[in-house]
Design a protein around this ligand. Sequence first.
Ligand code: GAL
Length: 416
Amino acid sequence: MRAHASDRLSEASTYNLVVLLVGANMVKVVVLPILFATLLFSTALGEKPKAEAFGKTAAGKAVSLFTLKNDNGMVAKVMTRGATLVELHVPDRDGQLADVVFGFDDVAGYESADNAYFGCTAGRVANRIARGKFTLDGKEYSLAINNEPNHLHGGVERSLDKVVWDAKPLDNKYGRGVRFSYTSPDGEEGYPGTLTVTVTYILPKKRNVLDIRYTASTDKATPINLTNHAYFNLSGHGSETIHEHVLRLNADKYTPVDDTLIPTGEIASVEGTPLDFRKPRKIGARIEQLAKTAALGYDHNFVLNEPESDDKPNLAAILFDKSSGRRLRISTTEPGIQFYSGNFLAGAKGKDGKVYAHQSGLCLETQHFPDSINQPKFPNTVLQPGEEFTSLTRLSFSTDADAAGKKSPASPKKAK
Ligand code: GAL
């Protein structure tokens, strides 16, 4: 950030005052280097992402877009509608950037029926609640049934993916980012309690990592489950299929579902099933075995193996694309991950006219288990007044060239 004229004036008068007080030699040896270092430091910290107009919602609300860039050329774009990840440009093994997530060019696209939660923050309760019903503190609550016969991703009109959030750009020692915040009034989409939620995206300056941090607090007991719903194709969004992507999941177990995709309550081993990704496997290798199920492919919650330590997010998934060499490693403080292989995608037209065909993108949604509010044996999703919910999901990108010890070029070429 450039210093303003008034800043320079005040710097000059401070200089004269310091000379008077401590003498010229002292100024040269001690004070000037300190001043210089402070100036350098404040310049390095002075690059908060700026808000750009992205358009307006049908109801006339302005939506802003923020561009986060790091020193390696990685770029993430996030917007205030739904605290959504709109673009994510990461280098391949030759340093060539591609946008690896699904999205639309404008707000109207995000508001259209084609939007299958692309890149959004899903909630208040991500995934399904059986028949849209739960009982809490003796009271029964009814939610919208928007995925017959169940409630999905927080509801219809005022779920967290559809509202416009406030935004605060950040530039701190962790990197550049944006903190989105939203206060959902008591009763919104049928959920109890005034819920204050923040979602912070941070791109560290030197590492190809996107951190997504969540916080939430409430004034009444209420269920929450927050996730990001990005669809990835590591060859670039709009590429044909994710069948050739290789996936490893850090999960020995999963939660089987009924034919409406509601967990039966059982926690089963992946052993001997097409859900066994304990060793890296091609997604397409066994997906056909699931084609005739209600999910039409992969759409399962995996129970993450116990973390090795409490102070770091736990490894959840590693996704690799041989054609580009891109690798995505996901770690999280959440207990589960929904692997959804884009089975309900049906050719929506997205960014740059790209077509999002059946199974051409996949979601890896870190989360608490679906329908936890009705499943006493699953990890708790009820947030109590006075508690603060916090959670972190880290997306770390690398390539097979990094792995082979040949670091990818420091300044990647622009995507074609
Ligand atoms: C996923 C869910 C799928 C589908 C999708 C949105 O999170 O697991 O079943 O609903 O969202 O189309």
